[in-house]
Design a protein around this ligand. Sequence first.
Ligand SMILES: Cc1cc2nc3c(=O)[nH]c(=O)nc-3n(C[C@H](O)[C@H](O)[C@H](O)COP(=O)(O)OP(=O)(O)OC[C@H]3O[C@@H](n4cnc5c(N)ncnc54)[C@H](O)[C@@H]3O)c2cc1C
Length: 423
Amino acid sequence: MKTEPFWTDEFARPDDLPVASELPTSVDVAIVGSGYTGLNAARVLAKSGLSVSVFERNTIGWGASSRNGGMATPGLKLDISKIYKNYRAELGKEFWQASVNAIDLLDTIINEEHIDCDWQRKGHCSLAFKQSHFDEMEEYADWLDKEFGHKKSLILKSELQSEIGTDAFYGGLSDETSGGLQPAKYVFGLANAVAKLGVLLYENSPVNTIQKTPRGFQVSTSNGTVQANEVIVATNGYTDLLVPELRPRVFPVGSYIIVTEPLTEDLQNKLSPKSRMFYDSKVFINYFRLTPDGRMLWGGRNNLSTDLDLIDSAKRLQKQMVSVFPELKDVSITHSWTGRLGVTFDLMPHIGRINGIHYVNGYSGHGLSIATYLGAELGLMLLGEKDRSPFEEINTKMMPLYRNKTWFLPLAEKYHRFLDWVS
Ligand SMILES: Cc1cc2nc3c(=O)[nH]c(=O)nc-3n(C[C@H](O)[C@H](O)[C@H](O)COP(=O)(O)OP(=O)(O)OC[C@H]3O[C@@H](n4cnc5c(N)ncnc54)[C@H](O)[C@@H]3O)c2cc1C
């Protein structure tokens, strides 16, 4: 079993990805981080003729953007009905609409840039782990329809075999809006597209300091220094102390994935007849899908740590997978890996500014399409083509005494386990 992401093992960073080496003296915008957020901001800015440099600590797309499940689904991490309760209804509507528009934007970018990333919109099905969760799904579907006219189909337990080959769940809710892709192909394709627009991409170039100057910012990287009019920090779950005030706003949580060897076509059709993206209704969620080449991908976490042993994690995930799909008991696991989610204390993404430095982060594990969207949105705001975003209009929650060390995670873990038990 390999302890590296299946996606980059299947599709490695292309050798001909155009990366730069010499630093310019100055740029309009310097971007820290080369995932979906940073690259989509770069795309929008470069299309308007601005000079943009993207600095990546590792190789292009190294972070969550080449490690995720590849599932683009509407909504945000926090349930939209809770978002409604926490914020004004008008804002709630905007958040929901942004999440739906985000999937359409992803679709548009993939088509416009001709990114071959196995993108298919075959919908998703969320699965009730308990009868009480199914009852809530029924109410939720009615509410979504009334509030936004968004249609989801309620699937009774007796009909669930049309969606998934297991009787482990109490029913489900399917949604045709969603889609799936190969994350590494998307991020490398996007990097290639922005490089063609003139964006300079720097690998193995951690940004070490950002200093305010009379003309903007001096951005110091391991390769040298560049003067930038504006700086965007797009480091999400890999946010370090580069901007010390940013780290307490977004904390890293580990998410873990395994994939099996390719399944026979018969088994693929039995387990996932519609090739849906799936996730269950637990707090410690499992998300799963077939990969484009017909493997079962199974993701989740048993605790919130970022450094679980990948062999142990594979055993735990395999056990969960086999409890849902007993047919996979003797199927080999070929890859086990992890990546970091950037989680906020209100589970909401945020756009903001600290000492003049722009940031966008906090997708909390639901970031494939919304990171794409918010990267682009921040780009449009810098260009003056958008004058506001609902994601900059909500307060950021902070945890007292948290600066860098996530001391509260073991407590949060216990609380989540308790919720899974009682709910
Ligand atoms: C295992 C896993 C499964 C997931 N599954 C899904 C899913 O199925 N659907 C979904 O919607 N979302 C999913 N997500 C979330 C999604 O992948 C992320 O929200 C999204 O990729 C975030 O993109 P980003 O560009 O903001 O951050 P990232 O892609 O994490 O990029 C941040 C980059 O910043 C770089 N960096 C950090 N500090 C510096 C520095 N000082 N200098 C230079 N570079 C720096 C890092 O090296 C990193 O490459 C998953 C995440 C993980 C980890």
